[in-house]
Design a protein around this ligand. Sequence first.
Ligand code: FAD
Length: 533
Amino acid sequence: MKCDVVIVGSGGAGLVAAIRAAELGKDVVVVSKGYPTEAQTSMAQGGINAASTQQDIQQHIEDTLRSGQGLADPEVVEFVCTQAPKAIKWLDSIGVPFDRDDKEIARRKLGGASNPRACYAQDYTGLKILHTLYDNALKLGVRFVHEHFLLNIISEDNRAYGVTLLDKRSTQVKQLLSRAVILATGGFAKIYGPFSTNGEGSFGEGIAAAMRAGAKLSDLEFVQFHPTALAKSAILISEAARGLGAKIVNQKGEQFIDELATRDKISRAIYEQLAIGNEVFLDMREIGEEIIQRELPQERKLAMIYENVDPAKELLPIKPAAHYTMGGIDTESNGGTNIAGFFAVGECANVKLHGANRLGGNSLLELVVMGKRVGESAAAVSLEIEEKNFERTLIDSNFIKAVFTLPNSIDFMERKEFLQKVLFHNAGIVREELALKGVLSVIRQHQKELAFMGIKDKSPLYNTELIAFLEYGNMVELTEAMVVGAVQRNESRGAHYRKDHPKTKEEYHAHTFIWKEDGVLCADFVKQNITKN
Ligand SMILES: Cc1cc2nc3c(=O)[nH]c(=O)nc-3n(C[C@H](O)[C@H](O)[C@H](O)COP(=O)(O)OP(=O)(O)OC[C@H]3O[C@@H](n4cnc5c(N)ncnc54)[C@H](O)[C@@H]3O)c2cc1C
C-alpha cells in the first residue's frame, strides 16, 4: 500500500492533520490500533481554550508561558493562542455543538487561567470534536486503516519512507509506504496503570518507535498529574467542577489548597494529605444539582457508577492521577523532526507549547492549531517512492515470528503491574534521586527478562496478548528514557518535583533531549526555545 501522507493515530491531532492534507489534494491514510472514536481525545471533558477578546489573547499567552515555567517556546505559544479564536470558529463551522450563552459560544474557567476561556460541549467536548472531525475526514475521502498496530517507522539515511504495521486481525506484518509520515499516537500517561486517568492504550509506542528510528525526544520527565480523579477508578473529574465552585477538603472538612492553583500544586497537596493518612474529597454540593446536571452530566454519572456517590449530594472521594505527558518526540514549530519526511503532532510530540506544565484546555487547542500546520507541512513533502520491500519490514516480520517462540516462564502482565506501581510511588508526583535510580534498575531488570516473557496464546488471529506484550516492550523502552530525564534534572520545575532539589535552578533552565545512538541511550540539556524563569 502506498499514499502521499500516512498518519498514525486517529485522535484529534491525527484527524485535523488528515483533513488539512486532504483539503490540499493529498491521498491520506489514517492508521489506528483501534477505531477513531476510541482515541484518548474522546475522553476530554473540560474544554478547549480560545480567548474571546483581543486583551484575553494576550492573557492567554501569559497564562500559558507562566504555566510552562520557562520551558514553553514563546513563538509557538503566541502562534497557538492567537490562532485559537479561528480554530473555534472552524470547529463550529464544521459542526461541533458547542454550548452557547445566548448567541455566543459559552466559556468557562479552568485552573491556572486568568479568565473564563474554555469552550465546551457539556462535558463531552472531546467526544463531540472527535466525531465531527471523523465525519469530515470521511467526506474528504481520507482512507482509514483500523486495528493496525504501529511497529516501526521505515527510515533509511535519515529519511522516512513509511511505517510497518501489525494487522491485529491476522497478525501479518505489512508495510505502508508514503512521501510523509505523521505520528499522532498520543501520550504515555498510562505507564502509571491504575494511577492514570488515561484509557488503555497510551503506553507511548509511537514515541518509542520514533526513538528507535533515530528521532530525538525531549522533556519526557514532565508528567502532569491531575488532582481530581475518582479514588477507586482514577476516572477524571474535570477542572470545570472547580471552575464552578467545587472545593477540595479532607475528612475534617479542612480546605488545604487553593482549588484554582495549577495542577502540580494541588496534586502535591493532595498527595501529602493522603500520605499522612487523611482522606480527600471534592465537595460539589454548593454548585447545585441543576447546574451539575446541565454542565457536568457525564461526570455525575461516572461518579455514581464507579464511586457509588452522587456528587450533587455527597462528598466525592478523590486522588491525583497521571494525566498528560508534556514531553515527546521533539519537533520544530512546523511539526518536523530531525528525520526528513517525519512529523509528529499532538500529545506524542513536544513542540514546546506547554513547557514544564500544561494549562488545562490547551491540549485540545494544540490538536487543532498544530494539526492544521503539520497537515500542511506533510502535504508539502515531495518524493518519489520506489515500491519495494524494505529491510525494516523483514526484520519486523521475523521479530513477530520470534515472539511466538519465546518461553513464557515470566508473566509479563505481573511485571507490568509491578512496574506501574513502582513508577507511581517513585517516579510520580514526588521524586528523589535514590528512588529514581531504584526505578531504573527495575526497568533494566525487566529489559533483560523480556526474552523470557513472551506470550501463552499462540493463536495467529486477533491475538490480544501479543498486542499487550508489544505495548509492554515499548513501555519499558520509553520509561527508561523518561526516568533518565527525571534523574538528570536535579531541580523542581512545573510538573517535575524533586524532594531532594525543591528549588528551580538556572543551570537546568533548558530542555532535556534523549535519543539512541547504536542502541545506547544518550541525554543532554539544550538551552533554546525558552523564556525567562
Ligand atoms: C480524561 C481526560 C480528559 C481530558 N480533558 C481535556 C480537556 O478538557 N481539554 C484539553 O485540552 N485536554 C484534555 N485532555 C487531554 C487531551 O484529551 C489529550 O491530550 C488529547 O486528546 C490527545 O490527542 P492526540 O490526538 O494527540 O492523541 P489521542 O487522542 O490519544 O489519539 C492517539 C491515537 O493514536 C493511536 N495509536 C496509539 N498507539 C498506536 C499504535 N501503536 N499503533 C497504531 N495506532 C496507535 C490510538 O489508537 C489513537 O487513535 C484530557 C485527557 C484525558 C485523559
